[in-house]
Design a protein around this ligand. Structure first.
Ligand SMILES: Nc1ncnc2c1ncn2[C@@H]1O[C@H](COP(=O)(O)OP(=O)(O)O)[C@@H](O)[C@H]1O
Ligand SMILES: Cc1ncsc1CCOP(=O)(O)O
Ligand SMILES: [Mg+2]
Length: 288
């Protein structure tokens, strides 16, 4: 893709605006990685607020540019709370990002994710296995079978590669924009070569560092930072900008880290240091 492409210009503007405006993106997220989510949002230039109470979340929504829901760890009260929150986001035409962590695992998580089909998010950000599982839970059928493989539930790590979730991601993005409150959507599939689609265009982002799989919360924090970007830009730009910001920062972190511990620290530093131009100019493959 040429350096003057308008997509790159929108990514660059989004990166600059996040740093200028420090947008708040609130999170209802898992308690394994909640701290990394907040720190990554701050390091990317945004601001963070975490809550689990529907009333609280509805109040914070009024001052948030976007919201983030992550179903990694569940408590009994979450089933009612999350349905109530998603419904209120729908009624208020709020922008929000879903990370369906471990989709397909456990009946409570499946019921929670199923309920979101009626009030879908603006963006789904997940690894390939979770994207494939969410399509199954929402009964989203593919026009063509991607590879004939039968999908099985994974844990929080992907057991499928990004390529095998391409058709699922496209159909999921179309479902989101048809059924969500704003009728605009994107899907981001993370892995070795991330994929971002709005249901029409498909982009592949080959950068990053495999050490990201050795820190817990790389995907969760990407979801949080995607919400940060969604507060200042359209869903496709937000998904691209957040994924590219992570790829650039993880590449930089990889040059100094000694292992997972120092990698996480270096990654947060790099999220903070990386320039908007570098993020916008990194490799994007336009698959059409
Ligand atoms: N093999 C890899 N090489 C480079 N980057 C990767 C690799 N695997 C994951 N990433 C990056 O790690 C981040 C989290 O992705 P992923 O590990 O797929 O999410 P999750 O933790 O939800 O499974 C993304 O920025 C993604 O690009
Ligand atoms: C380990 C774990 N268990 C429940 S949620 C969670 C964190 C998953 O984080 P990520 O998907 O970002 O690796
Ligand atoms: Mg994850």
């Amino acid at each position: 893709m040429s350096l003057n492409d308008p997509v790159r210009e929108r990514i660059r503007t989004a990166c600059e605006e996040v740093r200028q405006k420090t947008p708040l993106a609130q999170s209802f997220t898992n308690f394994v990685t909640i701290n990394l989510v907040a720190n990554a949002q701050l390091a990317a230039g945004g601001s963070a607020a975490m809550s689990f109470l529907p009333d609280d979340i509805k109040d914070i929504e009024a001052i948030s540019g976007a919201s983030y829901i992550n179903v990694g760890t569940l408590l009994p009260s979450y089933e009612d709370a999350l349905k109530d929150i998603a419904k209120s986001f729908f009624e208020r035409t709020s922008l929000w990002v879903l990370d369906p962590v471990a989709a397909g695992l456990g009946s409570t998580r499946t019921r929670i994710l199923k309920a979101f089909a009626e009030y879908p998010p603006t963006i789904v950000r997940a690894n390939a296995s979770e994207i494939i599982a969410l399509c199954g839970i929402w009964d989203i059928s593919l026009k063509t079978d991607s590879n004939g493989k039968v999908n099985r539930p994974a844990g929080v790590e992907s057991v499928d590669d990004v390529d095998s979730a391409t058709l699922h991601a496209i159909e999921l993005a179309r479902y989101l924009r048809e059924h969500n409150a704003t009728h605009t959507a994107a899907v981001a599939v993370s892995g070795e070569r991330d994929l971002v689609t709005d249901g029409d265009r498909v982009y592949r982002l080959p950068g990053g560092n495999a050490m990201m799989t050795k820190i817990t919360g790389a995907g969760c924090s990407l979801g949080g930072v995607t919400a940060t970007y969604l507060a200042v830009s359209d869903p496709l730009t937000a998904a691209l900008a957040a994924s590219l910001h992570f790829n650039c920062a993880s590449e930089q972190a990889g040059t100094v880290a000694q292992g997972p511990g120092s990698f996480q620290t270096a990654f947060l530093d790099a999220l903070w240091q990386i320039q908007a131009a570098e993020i916008a100019d990194s490799t994007i493959i336009d698959m059409h």
